[in-house]
Ligand binder design. Structure first.
Ligand code: PLP
Length: 451
């Protein structure tokens, strides 16, 4: 990567880290900006989640270098990246940050055969307006999940490089993740590349191939079983207990690690730049929703660009879950009812942060469906998604398995990309809502393979 151009955000380009529910702040130079420090100090209906917000002058966008396809997004969009801002605030210069990214990229490529890179997008004709497909299936770990965790690992590596009080004791703590597949794979690859011990909390009935890969990557398997009477995902419960005892949440649920959500903003930056190059802004952004960090973070990336005056319009957010597990729908209906009752939408959104159980309750029964990546019992990042739906006049689709299978087959036939069912669910949503949209839509092919 080249460093022969001015930094886009220099010393003084800062970062504010605050809980979007209770307002508690964290100094990311002194303590890890993962989980809100107020978790556990209230009665439990507060939806604590830390948000990392760059402050200071607006970064240059698009960054002044042409070759998007070969660049690492955590380098290209570093002016937005918390780890970069922290590096600069700790006195590291551009060249040192570049060296940290480069070194880590080489280690990642040694483990997974590919470094972290911006991903391609292509357009196909589909109903009213074009459909742009962002292809994450060739990324590290073969899904978009690496974007969440790469930013977290960069934070740790920057802290290691700079030393100081924020680094003290971090290297002695294990990493932990709750996941049933793609996220655990990405986490195990990055942990292996950084030579950092990791516990993966996975369902005991996870696919044997996934478990074998995780073990081969050196992760320690923590098999979790559902027990009668326990609502929610047993893996998430087990991870939370481990984090309470000192494990670092190297995981993709925003309440456990707000920084992880931020990494996927790079998807929005890439999309905005790539479509811009074609003279287009997406009218709709279609995303499949499991735990919700993907949709929440991606939409927030677009919102940041709009707030900075870089794009003029926000895409409408179109989110999708399957018939056999759609906990977000209840939250969205409740939000629509509350806003429809005459309350001002931002006030309702703010109040919702302190009334979690009014909106988000774990799915009752066993989540089921072909798109195994979106079978989360809870949409942990529900609030960021509702904000996106409210602010963009968005929509939610509940998909039948047959429609997801058809969308996956259609994408495979049209593009040759071996997208998974989960990865094609956003396309199924675009197809289901074809009559409701005009203009270009974007869907993200988030994962490769079967589930
Ligand atoms: C391929 C793929 N796409 C989308 C998702 C959904 O992302 P999120 O859990 O952030 O909503 C997942 C989650 O596991 C996934 O594996």
């Amino acid at each position: 990567m080249s460093i022969d151009r001015p930094a886009e955000a220099g010393p003084g380009a800062a970062l504010r880290v605050a809980c979007s529910a209770c307002g508690a702040t964290v100094d990311p130079l002194a303590a890890e900006p993962f989980r809100c420090p107020a978790v556990g100090t209230d009665k439990g209906d507060v939806d604590h989640i830390l948000e990392c917000m760059p402050t200071g002058p607006a970064p240059v966008f698009p960054p002044p270098v042409a070759d998007l396809g070969r660049e690492n997004p955590f380098w290209r969009y570093r002016a937005f990246v918390p780890a970069y801002r922290i590096a600069r605030a700790l006195g590291l210069d551009d060249a040192t940050y570049a060296a940290v990214v480069d070194r880590f990229d080489r280690a990642v490529a040694a483990v997974d055969g590919r470094p972290m890179r911006c991903t391609p997008v292509r357009a196909i004709a589909a109903g009213p307006g074009r459909l742009w497909l962002k292809d994450e299936t060739g990324s590290v770990g073969r899904s978009h999940k690496v974007r969440h965790l790469y930013g977290v690992m960069l934070y740790l590596l920057v802290m290691a490089e700079a030393g100081g009080p924020g680094w003290a004791g971090l290297r002695d703590r294990r990493l932990g993740i709750a996941s049933c597949g793609n996220a655990a794979t990405a986490a195990a690859i990055l942990a292996r590349a950084a030579d950092w011990p990791i516990d993966v909390f996975v369902p005991a009935e996870a696919a044997p191939g996934v478990l074998a890969r995780l073990e081969a990557l050196g992760a320690t398997l923590r098999l979790c079983r559902r027990s009668a009477g326990q609502a929610g995902d047993p893996c998430a419960h087990a991870l939370r207990a481990a984090v309470d005892s000192g494990t670092l949440p190297f995981t993709v649920q925003g309440p456990e690690n707000g920084l992880a959500v931020t990494g996927v903003e790079t998807l929005a930056f890439e999309l905005a730049e790539q479509l811009w190059a074609h003279g287009e802004q997406p009218a709709w952004l279609a995303l499949q929703v499991g735990g919700g960090a993907l949709a929440s973070g991606c939409w927030r990336g677009f919102a940041r660009l709009r707030d900075l005056g870089i794009i003029s319009n926000l895409p409408g957010l179109l989110v999708a879950q399957g018939r056999g597990c759609h906990p977000l729908l209840r939250a969205w209906r409740q939000m629509q009812a509350d806003v429809g009752a005459g309350a001002e939408s931002d006030a309702v959104l703010a109040a919702a942060a302190r009334r979690r159980s009014r909106y988000m309750v774990p799915w009752s029964g066993l989540p089921a469906g072909v798109a195994s990546g979106i079978l989360d019992d809870e949409t942990y990042d529900w609030r960021g998604i509702l904000r996106g739906l409210v602010h963009s006049g968005g929509m939610m689709a509940v998909l039948e398995d047959a429609d997801i299978v058809a969308a996956r087959d259609w994408v495979r036939a049209a593009t040759g990309i071996e997208v998974s069912h989960t990865g094609a669910a956003g396309v199924a949503a675009v197809q289901q809502r074809a009559s409701h949209r005009s203009g270009a839509a974007v869907a993200v092919l988030t994962g490769h393979g079967t589930g």
